[in-house]
Design a protein around this ligand. Structure first.
Ligand code: SF4
Length: 313
């Protein structure tokens, strides 16, 4: 059982992906309303060795001693991975021991304004930054940034990175009704995307409840409208949760274990992670499928959002 490695997790875009956590829960430069990890408890721009290089190295060596190669190794997890000052060193170590496994970085992209951060991840194969707003007002409302972060600097960092980076850049945009799906915001977003010039633009939305009440995901129809409005050649809509079931790494036994656990008593994502030993990111993926299939429902309680089996009428 690892502390900083998790999965491999089934991912539509990255296949069977071994995740690496580089910051503890929950260190991030943003506090997005839709965050599935939960509320940011340390909102910061400070880069430091939040998780020690040696610890991650030790786990990686152990993992590769008796596990098959995953399709990808991905920096993701509990917060913003580029806040760990050792990300470049860990990336180089992976490339040294497993040069043939592609490495992906899931980042909110806010730190790319810093040349050290751009240099640290330049050897990744794919970088997946996000951008959900192009005006300061929407940025504040959706992403609730750390003090000192402005939308202009954020976009500037993404442009700089695109100009320097030789790998693939897939820009992810989270569409939230009432937050960034109006024509004014979409017009500004389009302008920013054209300037950034990523290899692809991926529209995504909320699978399940975020940290704020009353936010909801975008329907397939609304998503199509947004895509038509943005009119970009390299745009794709991320498949809805049920499609995850079709990827080869989706594990029926994991799904069954989750169903059996919440059939006994309602659980939060954290409870399920503790019981199963799986990372919350992995649990989230299975819950999204079950939710989309209408098999589970949520209850909001003091300790957070609980999942339970839907009563059959
Ligand atoms: S950037 Fe990612 S980890 Fe940070 S708050 Fe937003 S969704 Fe959560």
């Amino acid at each position: 059982m690892y502390k900083y490695l998790f999965g491999p997790v089934p991912s539509r875009r990255l296949g069977m992906s071994l995740g690496i956590d580089l910051v503890p829960k929950k260190v991030c430069s943003l506090d997005c309303v839709y965050c599935e990890v939960g509320k940011t408890t340390k909102l910061t721009l400070e880069r430091k060795e939040y998780i020690l290089f040696d610890k991650v190295k030790e786990e990686l060596i152990d993992f590769f001693n008796d596990n098959p190669n995953p399709d990808y190794i991905t920096f993701s997890g509990y917060g913003e991975p580029t806040l760990n000052i050792c990300i470049g060193k860990i990336l180089r170590f992976i490339k040294q021991i497993r040069p043939n496994i592609p490495v992906a970085v899931l980042t909110n992209g806010t730190m790319l304004i810093d040349k050290d951060v751009r240099d640290a991840i330049k050897d990744a194969d794919v970088v997946l930054p996000s951008l959900d707003a192009a005006t300061q007002a929407a940025f504040q409302k959706i992403n609730r940034p750390s003090k000192g972060l402005t939308i202009n600097k954020y976009i500037e960092g993404l442009i700089e990175f695109r100009n320097e980076f030789k790998g693939k850049m897939w820009l992810e945009i989270f569409i939230l009704p009432g937050y960034n799906n109006n024509e004014e915001e979409l017009t500004e977003l389009r302008k920013a995307i054209v300037k950034i010039n990523p290899d692809s633009v991926q529209l995504n939305t909320l699978d399940r409840p975020g940290t704020v009440r009353d936010i909801r995901g975008t329907t397939a129809e609304e998503m199509k409208r947004v895509a038509n409005f943005l009119k970009l050649d390299n745009l794709e809509i991320i498949a809805a949760a049920p499609a995850r079931k079709n990827i080869k790494s989706y594990r029926k036994d994991t799904e069954t274990a989750i169903i059996e656990t919440i059939a006994r008593r309602p659980c939060t994502v954290d409870d399920l992670a503790k019981i199963s030993g799986l990372h919350t990111n992995e649990i989230n993926k299975y819950l999204a499928v079950l939710d989309a299939e209408n098999k589970i429902e949520t209850l909001e309680q003091e300790r957070g959002i609980f999942y339970q089996i839907k009563e059959k009428i």
